[in-house]
Write a protein that binds this ligand. Structure first.
Ligand code: GRF
Length: 208
């Protein structure tokens, strides 16, 4: 059974998709053992509590320094001994020591088709604002392993979504969530939980 730690900062719709997929049986061999948010007001924490999942806020504001926060976050994580860390809309930079300790065991959902509209400054609505400003006709979402870079780790799954005339960033964000994020993040977890994902020469191989 793959033990999941899900890190969140906001509404938690991706967390909800994972919980629903586990409850519905489309994700097997996995259980969420903890949800951690840097934001005490994150509705994601309520979603976890409603599902009987340990939910805790660990915010940089609670610590004297970023280094102390980093250590507290890692300590909290380690106390659950997760097999996989899932960044589901988590907006805090992941400390290097955590990437070291959980090499190829941290995944992230990004709301674009990496390598487009990703990297520093591209998060949340800013991603979709960039997509609309550039006028691309297709966008989507990506699940990737997390390494020391920003949105640079090996890509696991992607799903394309059509940009429609008259889209606003909010409308486009919702379509990307509904048609891509909420599908490929649970799918990636199921593949990992059932040992169908490997990384060879920096590229992800999926066993069909
Ligand atoms: C959304 O912008 C989503 O595209 C990205 O993180 C943000 C929050 O998602 N992955 P959630 O509703 O908290 O899962």
């Amino acid at each position: 059974m793959l033990k999941l730690a899900v890190l969140v900062s906001g509404g938690g719709t991706n967390l909800q998709a994972i919980m629903d997929a586990i409850a519905g049986g489309t994700v097997t061999n996995a259980e969420i053992v903890t949800v951690i948010s840097n934001n005490a007001d994150a509705y994601a924490l309520e979603r976890a509590e409603k599902n009987g999942i340990d939910a805790v806020c660990i915010s940089p504001k609670m610590y004297e320094s970023r280094d102390e926060f980093n250590r507290a976050l890692l300590q909290q994580l380690n106390s659950y001994q997760p097999d996989l860390v899932v960044l589901a809309g988590f907006l805090v930079v992941i400390p290097e020591m955590m990437i070291e300790e959980y090499r190829n065991r941290i995944i992230n959902i990004h709301p674009s088709l990496i390598p487009s509209f990703c990297g520093k400054g591209y998060y949340g609505l800013k991603v979709h604002e960039g997509v609309l400003a550039r006028g691309v006709k297709v966008t989507g979402a990506t699940v990737h392993f997390v390494d020391e870079g920003t949105d640079t780790g090996p890509i696991i799954l992607q799903k394309a979504v059509e940009v429609q005339q008259g889209d606003t960033p909010e409308v486009l964000q919702r379509r990307v969530m509904e048609q891509a994020e909420w599908l490929i993040l649970p799918k990636a977890i199921d593949l990992i939980a059932n040992s169908r994902v490997s990384v060879v020469d920096g590229h992800v191989r999926i066993e069909e």
